[in-house]
Design a protein around this ligand. Structure first.
Ligand SMILES: Cc1cc2nc3c(=O)[nH]c(=O)nc-3n(C[C@H](O)[C@H](O)[C@H](O)COP(=O)(O)OP(=O)(O)OC[C@H]3O[C@@H](n4cnc5c(N)ncnc54)[C@H](O)[C@@H]3O)c2cc1C
Length: 357
């Protein structure tokens, strides 16, 4: 795929999340770009939990794809198959490509329109407002951030967080887990570790729950924060099925091309790059691949493609509006200082600026 086409190369980007949306935006004036996403909008994923307690906040976190893609085609559908030259979508569209970028990080049945998504946030908020006691199942970043938001905005409500693992936030180090636990306890959140709640027994009308350790929890409502599944299932019957590793991630080379493929790239959480799965790294993938695609489209040599170096382990988990716990390569911090970096607006202003809106 080297050289030749100076303009009009067809680039199909599958997945309009953090990585895919930025890549499509960055490349739209250099190629004939098509973005495929089942939603009509890009959602800033790390703002989701605040949107549930403050639906007005949610409006800024949803950006229609057509607002930042002024020179690209958007197909609102799910990609279901690919071959060497085309992408097939659920709504029957066949999209020929010269270059393909897979950016389907996590897959989840989000509503199609931003209006429907806002309604969903309002319903979640009503559920929280009308409950005196709330059960959160799952102590990863989603469960911890939701517990932090509810404990901050509704200190009078009883919040119980149940987590199967022996510590919260297992994707980062034990010091960060301990700091998050201490903060939640200081806000009277009851945290039950090494216990599970049978998800199949959960129905909207349930108010009494029994954990695997036999503890009974009374809660007027519950939220399951088990993490969103990886968005690679759809690839299992495609030409890329052999490119998935044992964790169902796409194996990529140093230029972020799917291993063994000249014209198929992968970016974001779907890749097997050995680093924490974080949005700012997904953005770095998008920037590097946009640069590589621009070079290839202009006829540049493959040997000159930019090389991706895995990012260092930085993660910030917000704890309400002012506090957070942050892990840096040689330091873990909790409290106001990391809170000043993330928790005030959850990087919403910065992300909107990156997307040019
Ligand atoms: C609670 C929480 C807090 C976080 N906080 C931060 C933070 O502060 N900073 C940070 O950098 N990162 C943070 N992250 C991590 C960050 O959200 C992810 O790393 C990032 O979303 C990955 O981006 P992505 O584009 O790879 O995948 P995603 O953002 O998951 O996007 C995938 C897209 O692909 C689409 N898709 C899926 N399947 C298909 C298909 N078959 N066809 C078409 N489209 C498809 C989906 O609809 C979606 O739009 C946080 C994560 C969580 C859970």
């Amino acid at each position: 795929m080297e050289g030749g086409e100076s303009r009009g190369s067809k680039v199909v980007v599958v997945g309009g999340g953090v990585a895919g949306a930025l890549l499509a935006k960055t490349l739209q004036h250099d190629a004939d770009v098509t973005l495929v996403d089942p939603k009509e909008y890009f959602e800033i994923p790390w703002a989701e939990l605040r949107s549930m307690v403050e639906p007005m906040f949610a409006e800024k976190t949803l950006i229609r794809h057509t607002d930042y893609l002024t020179n690209a085609q958007v197909i609102t559908s799910r990609a279901t198959n690919i071959n060497e030259t085309e992408v097939l979508t659920e709504n029957g569209t066949i999209l020929p490509y010269d270059y393909l970028v897979i950016a389907t990080g996590h897959d989840y049945a989000f509503p199609r329109s931003p209006e429907q998504r806002l309604e969903q946030f309002q319903e979640d908020n009503k559920k929280i407002e009308s409950s005196n006691s709330i059960l959160i199942v799952g102590g990863g970043p989603t469960g911890v951030e939701l517990a932090g938001e509810i404990a901050t905005d509704y200190p009078e409500k009883k919040v119980t967080l149940v987590h199967r693992g022996s510590r919260l936030l297992e994707f980062i180090g034990p010091k960060a887990s301990a700091k998050a636990l201490k903060w939640l306890k200081s806000k009277d959140v009851e945290v039950l570790l090494e216990q599970a709640v049978d998800l199949s027994s959960l129905s909207e009308n349930n108010t009494e729950f029994t954990t695997s350790a036999g503890k009974t929890i009374i809660a007027d409502c519950h939220f399951v924060c088990a993490g969103k599944p990886l968005g690679s299932k759809w690839l299992e019957e495609t030409i890329l099925k052999e490119s998935l590793d044992q964790n169902r991630r796409l194996m990529v080379d140093e230029n972020l091309r799917v291993k063994g493929r000249k014209n198929i790239f992968a970016i974001g959480d779907i890749t097997d790059v050995p680093e924490l799965k974080q949005g700012y790294l997904a953005q770095a993938h998008a920037t590097l691949v946009a640069k590589n695609l621009k070079a290839l489209i202009k006829g540049g040599k493959e040997s000159n493609l930019a090389v991706y170096k895995p990012g260092s382990a930085i993660a910030i988990v917000s704890l309400g509006r002012k506090s957070a716990v942050a892990q840096f390569p040689f330091l873990t911090m909790g409290g106001r200082l990391p809170g000043m970096i993330k928790s005030d607006d959850l990087f919403v202003g910065k992300t909107r600026k990156v997307m040019g809106v």
